[in-house]
Design a protein around this ligand. Structure first.
Ligand code: AHR
Length: 309
């Protein structure tokens, strides 16, 4: 009879897969490449159809990608936002189209938080504070003045803004410690090298004792520049960075870096989980933060083993 046909066709119908549009911001760093791979692998593993567009550091390109996703009527849109500001209008367009949004990795600065369902990503302020705490502890017996050079990431990006603030909130405890040089180097190795070369042109009495790089790639470039200048990274200039890439941990084990604060890019599975829960009508916490640590030289060699990025 009728009921049988209905139930057979219902059970036989394969579930339509969820389509996820993901606007990735770029491929500036080892972290970013690992993050992209994590999202791709997790989508494949969980049977989610992924449409990904890479914006090459351009917010305008992210807007275009998001508008394409609206046209395609994807089920969920995920955005890794290159900068923190300027998202209200486009997020309103997405909301008007009835598509739920997940903010991945970096955060957006919007007043109306109903414009996204959840944010999955690190606590960047805490990362900067961890670097600052390491430094205070490490130099507790060293009298000042202590000059710090800072390589910032992309101007206006959440990790650069918040790592800078978290770091300052801690090192400001010592009046004889100050950030004497600071410039954006876009989270890339080449810029890190170039900007650090510039910093090291300063006369010896103005040279930094410490470098705080907002990510590993910039620190690795800067290590080259320090060596070119005839100085020993990790000794003549203490080097701190954020992420925890394999290459950085190798340099940490080799003594050229002093501490690496962990930032975890492998959040693809959490994104897929969130997409599924949203589609199932469940409520999610507004913010999900992966647990993160700090790597020091003592632990580096062991941490390199099995490192995923
Ligand atoms: O948003 C996370 C940051 O972006 C990582 O620290 C950096 O390496 C990446 O480019």
């Amino acid at each position: 009879g009728d009921w049988l046909q209905t139930s057979v066709s219902e059970t036989a119908k394969p579930e339509t897969p969820i389509t996820l549009g993901f606007s990735q911001l770029g491929k500036e760093s080892a972290w970013r490449v690992a993050n992209t791979a994590s999202v791709q692998e997790a989508a494949a593993e969980s049977g989610i159809r992924l449409v990904m567009k890479n914006a090459e550091q351009s917010q305008k390109k992210q807007f275009e990608a998001i508008r394409d996703f609206i046209q395609m009527k994807v089920d969920v849109i995920a955005i890794a936002p290159v900068v923190e500001s300027g998202w209200e209008d486009i997020l309103r367009e997405v909301k008007a189209a009835g598509i739920p949004v997940v903010i991945l990795d970096r955060s957006v600065n919007v007043k109306d938080t109903s414009l996204f369902v959840t944010t999955i990503g690190s606590n960047f302020y805490e990362e900067g504070a961890k670097a600052g705490k390491y430094l205070l502890d490490r130099l507790r017996h060293l009298p000042g003045p202590i000059r710090i050079a800072e390589l910032q990431g992309t101007s206006g990006s959440a990790p650069s803004i918040q790592r800078g603030e978290g770091f300052r909130s801690v090192v400001s405890a010592r009046e004889d410690m100050s950030i004497t040089q600071s410039a954006p180097a876009d989270f890339t190795e080449d810029k890190g090298r170039a900007i650090m070369r510039g910093f090291l042109q300063a006369p010896a009495e103005k040279r930094p004792h410490v470098l705080f790089a907002h990510n590993d790639d910039m620190a690795l470039g800067a290590i080259d520049a320090i060596e070119e200048a005839g100085l020993k990274p990790g000794e003549d200039i203490l080097v701190l960075s954020v992420d925890g890439s394999r290459r950085a941990l190798e340099q940490l084990a080799a003594g050229k870096l002093n501490a690496v604060v962990e930032c975890n890019p492998l959040i693809g599975p959490q994104l897929m989980q969130a997409a599924k829960e949203i589609m199932a009508g469940r409520t999610l916490p507004k913010r999900m933060v992966p647990p993160e640590d700090i790597f020091t030289q003592e632990r580096a060699a062991e941490a390199v083993n099995g490192r995923k990025f």
